[in-house]
Design a protein around this ligand. Structure first.
Ligand code: C2E
Ligand code: CA
Ligand code: CA
Ligand code: CA
Length: 279
């Protein structure tokens, strides 16, 4: 038993070391990825619930890894948040979103909004508003075109400070949306103080609303709450026509999900758009 205990301890240590090394490796790889330009944004459409008109696109981060292929943000954003590397990565996302929307506007495409996701670290960063302003100016993008998505929990952690930051962003003229709504610890009293335009109902409720009456009730309640507060409401994760129909009936404003389009690299999104525009 003694030997087994020792083996177990040694194994544990070896595993710990390996985990620490792979985290360090991932961190180093991420820094290199930023330098080498291995990140890209994929674009997912948001459409009006009433008419299916394209209202905007959400830029979702991908890492084009030379060996591993396309890496999902779930695999590297948590570590990047921990190490703080999300701040320069996030700055790249802001710049890239502005560059891309300027390119689309220059192509004379019908105008639509662009949203991107912010992390807690970025929201806490005092340079955020200046960074956003500089990217918008550099590419000649009107601030109203850009929308930033935050989560409730992100804001509630140090709420007063984050609220100030949200106000300076709002004063700049960019839109603010609360993402994954319903999953964080939201204080309804605070929600009323957030200078936001939109709530995005978390996709877990939307996904299960056809099968689960509780999720359907929550989805409907969020639409009612959002409208009572004068906010636009977006349902994300819409995969089925029946869900889209229910959301439309409930007067949800915008829909996003695989039913309308997956997150797509630029050429695929442009093809998607051309196909819809075709008579
Ligand atoms: P999110 O902001 O909630 O983004 C929506 C996620 O749902 C995306 O996953 C999208 O691909 C997926 N999705 C969209 N429609 C459907 C659907 O109909 N069904 C299902 N099952 N899924 C759908 P993705 O791209 O893997 O991103 C995961 C999360 O990573 C995002 O969740 C966001 O929190 C984070 N993220 C992505 N890009 C960035 C970024 O640039 N910065 C930061 N800080 N976080 C990001
Ligand atoms: Ca989002
Ligand atoms: Ca979400
Ligand atoms: Ca999320």
């Amino acid at each position: 038993a003694k030997a087994g205990g020792k083996d177990a301890a040694e194994f544990f240590t070896a595993e710990m070391t390996q985990r620490a090394e792979s985290r360090m490796q991932l961190d180093a790889d991420l820094r290199r990825a930023l330098e080498l330009g291995q990140f890209e944004l994929h674009w997912q459409p948001r459409v009006s619930a009433a008419g299916g008109v394209l209202l905007g696109v959400e830029g979702l981060l991908r890492w084009q890894h030379p060996q591993r292929g396309l890496v999902s943000p779930a695999h590297f954003i948590p570590l990047a948040e921990e190490t703080g590397l999300i701040v320069p990565i996030g700055a790249w996302v802001i710049e890239e979103a502005c560059r891309q929307v300027a390119a689309w506007r220059a192509q004379g495409l019908p105008s639509f909004g662009v949203s991107i996701n912010l992390s807690a670290r970025q929201l806490r960063d005092d340079g955020l508003t200046d960074l956003v302003r500089a990217s918008l100016l550099r590419h000649g993008v009107p601030p109203g075109v850009l929308e930033l998505e935050l989560t409730e929990s992100m804001v509630m952690d140090d709420a007063e400070r984050n609220l100030r930051q949200m106000h300076t962003l709002r004063d700049l003229g960019v839109g603010l949306a609360i993402d994954d709504f319903g999953t964080g610890y939201s204080s309804l009293a605070y929600l009323n103080r957030f200078p936001i335009d939109k709530l995005k109902i978390d996709r877990s409720f939307v996904h299960d609303m056809l099968a689960d009456p509780t999720d359907r009730a929550i989805t409907m309640a969020i639409i009612g709450l959002g409208h009572a507060l004068g906010l636009q409401v977006v349902a994300e994760g819409v995969e089925e026509p029946r869900a889209a129909a229910l959301l439309r009936e409930a007067r949800c404003d915008e829909l996003q999900g695989y039913l309308f389009g997956r997150p797509m690299p630029v050429p695929a999104f442009e093809a998607w758009l051309a196909e819809r525009e075709a008579p």
